[in-house]
Write a protein that binds this ligand. Structure first.
Ligand code: LMR
Length: 323
């Protein structure tokens, strides 16, 4: 089985000239798991590609603009979508919905047409709603495969490990903190009880709020110049490495991601948790570990928000069909 899998892996980044797209392109061109990198942006990514193509790496890099979405996508194994606006101080992720839903719809239609078998790593905010915009758009085109659509929640996982590391003085690379729920305020539910570190109730509450607030802190610090883009790119590149390794046949790749999940059905269709990755994308949604009473309470509070966010995406696509 393994011998038949191609080690040649083609990745497309849709929105590669943006605040996340540029550092993500820089990270992906250095990935040992990528052989072909295609950069697409509405504003034409040829310049970014020309810039990166001077790096001494064994990756073919090409840039494309709006007239070449087909060339950017055909044959891609993994399509990363960081495209869209980022928020400014005072905005919530949900305030980006109207603009970014149109972008995600347009790009997902492109994936449906030119790369229906690719794995999609969706990064665009508000992620909890964009996941259903993408899913419904793919469904509309008859190509929705739940194994192949994943929302990237890796940034929250990185934050949880970093903040725990800062608190307890253990190297973050040795810490594991799974994350469940979604990617917005109350829907971000880090499971510090699973870290194996003895923490007080106050410490857990502090860390949970710090992870939830992480995006807001960066938005405030950037003072109008956008939101977290560098760590988002770092986290997404790490997540992509696991996906690509799994596509190549490596076993044991597990990442937290927002996917169509049986765990909270019928309350919510999409739910973030630990996912075992395989040669087709999602191989298995892993069962939830035992939750502490605090985490149970956070999960209960997360679900109504998550359900509302997902419904908003579904309703958006339904309204577009009526137009
Ligand atoms: C983050 O968590 O940093 C990102 O979702 C960007 C944002 O708007 O907060």
């Amino acid at each position: 089985m393994r011998a038949t899998l191609s080690l040649f892996k083609s990745v497309t980044i849709l929105g590669s000239s943006g605040n996340i797209g540029q550092p993500l392109s820089l990270a992906m061109v250095q990935s040992p798991h990528v052989t072909d990198l295609r950069l697409y942006d509405r504003s034409d990514a040829s310049g970014i590609a020309a810039d990166l193509s001077h790096m001494p790496v064994p990756v073919r890099v090409r840039g494309f603009g709006p007239r070449d979405l087909d060339k950017a996508l055909k044959g891609a194994d993994l399509v990363l979508i960081p495209a869209g606006l980022s928020r400014k101080p005072g905005m919530t992720r949900d305030d980006l919905f109207n603009t970014n839903a149109l972008t995600v719809e347009e790009l997902t239609l492109g994936v449906a047409q030119y790369a229906p078998n690719a794995i999609i790593g969706l990064i665009t905010n508000p992620l909890n709603s964009m996941i259903s915009v993408a899913a419904e758009t793919l469904r509309r085109k008859g190509v929705f495969d739940p194994r192949k659509l994943l929302g990237v929640t890796a940034l929250d996982v990185i934050r949880a490990r970093t903040f725990l590391s800062n608190m307890v003085g253990i190297n973050a690379s040795e810490l594991r903190v799974p994350l469940i729920g979604g990617h917005s305020g109350q829907t971000i539910v880090p499971l510090f009880s699973q870290s194996g570190i003895a923490l007080s109730a106050q410490q857990i509450e502090f860390l949970t709020h710090r992870v939830r607030r992480g995006g807001d802190d960066v938005v405030r610090a950037k003072a109008g110049a956008g939101s977290a883009s560098l760590t988002m790119a770092y986290a997404s590149a790490k997540w992509s490495a696991s996906v690509l390794r799994a596509l190549k046949g490596d076993r044991g790749m597990v990442e937290c991601s927002l996917v169509k999940s049986p765990l909270m059905e019928p309350k919510v269709e999409f739910f973030a948790s630990l996912i075992a990755l395989g040669t087709e994308g999602v191989e298995r949604v892993l069962p939830l570990p035992p939750l502490s009473p605090y985490e149970e309470e956070q999960l209960d509070r997360c679900l109504p928000d998550l359900e509302m966010n997902i419904r908003k995406g579904v309703e958006f696509v339904a309204s577009r069909q009526q137009q």
